[in-house]
Design a protein around this ligand. Structure first.
Ligand SMILES: [Zn+2]
Length: 378
């Protein structure tokens, strides 16, 4: 069973240049082969004793010409131009089968990317090794750990590079370590998780920053949304802007769900009960509506995934009532602070003098909430 996992990359500037080079070479090879195909096809029509074009022959032809005519191609991943021409072959197959339009030339910047054949890349925890670039940091680990890698494709959307790894996942089970163990092994432990805009903090002091790629996308979504509303209704530019917005939403959703999947699996693996806020009220009134709705979407999915995994494992998820002020209670003495402006990331309890990190303190209070409601439930 083939499964694909798209992972956001965090390349260095040098690696960005190399990725762009391989993508450029792939595009060049595709366009070169398409132009040759058109020529050879025309020649075959005029003289059927000639060979019809095939992607295999075109790949050989490019290989022979490469060193002399296009020496710069040698700086790119070797499989990039080859895979591009294989793709062209598939595009023609689809065209002849009536499934797709006649292949067209690729433009720079539209769908930049290149394919990497199996055996030409490796993935290890939070990094991926691609040809020519060496190891590139990624924002998350491969979801199907230990799966056989059947190929990969890189792509760039608005300056963010992604790698889609195609894996042969045995039995379709997601190997996440955490999920492979039975519910009976779950430790009798509770946790509180404070879900913030910038990070998710756990009561044991573990902090998970929201992935930078995701935060960047959030910003781009807000821009793109504004751009849509500025464009004239029914116009061509508006539909273009809408498409861009939709793409950004899709990218964001994929990064978000990968990141949340890992985090929620760990929470449920390590705890028998966890408390979260009922609503994402974590002080977001300052942001305007759109930013809030994006953060709410992330929180909503966090809760959904957490509850779904907890159900599988027999763990308990407790949502603290929306009037439980987890952020404003001192987790040491229990005193409630009347006012706590958003800008105060760190605050001092006026009663006992404890110094609190805002998010961590909230997480500790949520853990207390989990402890008390776990007892009262029994
Ligand atoms: Zn206190």
């Amino acid at each position: 069973m083939l499964k694909t996992h798209e992972i956001a990359l965090d390349p260095s500037d040098r690696q960005r240049t190399l990725l762009a080079k391989s993508a450029g070479t792939a595009r060049f090879a595709y366009n070169w082969a398409l132009s040759k195909w058109n020529g050879q096809y025309g020649a075959w029509k005029a003289d059927p004793s000639l060979d019809k074009p095939t992607q295999a022959n075109l790949r050989k032809e490019l290989n022979r010409a490469e060193r002399e005519s296009f020496p710069w191609m040698l700086d790119a991943a070797k499989c990039a131009p080859q895979e591009a021409i294989i793709n062209l072959g598939k595009a023609f197959e689809n065209f002849f089968a009536g499934r797709a339009a006649y292949p067209t030339f690729k433009k720079r910047g539209a769908h930049d990317g290149f394919k990497v054949s199996a055996g030409f890349f490796k993935i290890s925890e939070n990094r991926i090794m691609l040809p020519k670039t060496g190891w590139i940091k990624t924002f998350e680990a491969l979801r199907y750990e230990g799966a056989k890698l059947a190929g990969a494709a890189t792509s760039r959307t608005a300056d963010q590079w992604f790698a889609s790894a195609v894996c042969e996942a045995a039995g379709g089970a997601e190997s996440q370590g955490a999920e492979s163990q039975g519910a009976e092994e779950t430790a009798e432990k509770t946790a509180g998780i404070d879900a913030g805009v910038r990070e998710y903090a756990a009561s044991d002091g573990d902090r998970r920053p929201v992935p930078r790629a995701y935060r960047n996308l959030e910003r781009q979504i807000i821009h793109a949304q504004r751009s849509v509303s500025r464009k004239e209704k029914g116009g061509k530019n508006r539909s273009k802007a809408k498409l861009r917005l939709a793409k950004l939403h899709a990218k964001a959703a994929s990064i978000r769900s990968d990141w949340l999947r890992r985090m929620t699996a760990e929470i449920v693996h390590e705890n028998s009960a966890a408390a979260i806020e009922d609503l994402n009220v974590g002080g977001m009134k300052k942001n305007h509506r759109l930013a809030k709705s994006i953060a709410d979407a992330a929180f909503g999915e966090f809760r959904r995934q957490l509850e779904c995994k907890a159900k599988e494992k027999g763990a308990k998820i407790i949502a603290a009532g929306r009037f439980y002020p987890s952020g404003k209670i001192c987790s040491v003495c229990g005193a409630k602070k009347e006012r706590l402006p958003l800008s105060e990331r760190v605050w001092n309890c006026e009663i006992c003098g404890s110094r609190h990190d805002r998010d961590l303190n909230a997480a500790v209070n949520l853990k207390k909430y989990a402890d008390s409601s776990a007892v009262s439930a029994c």
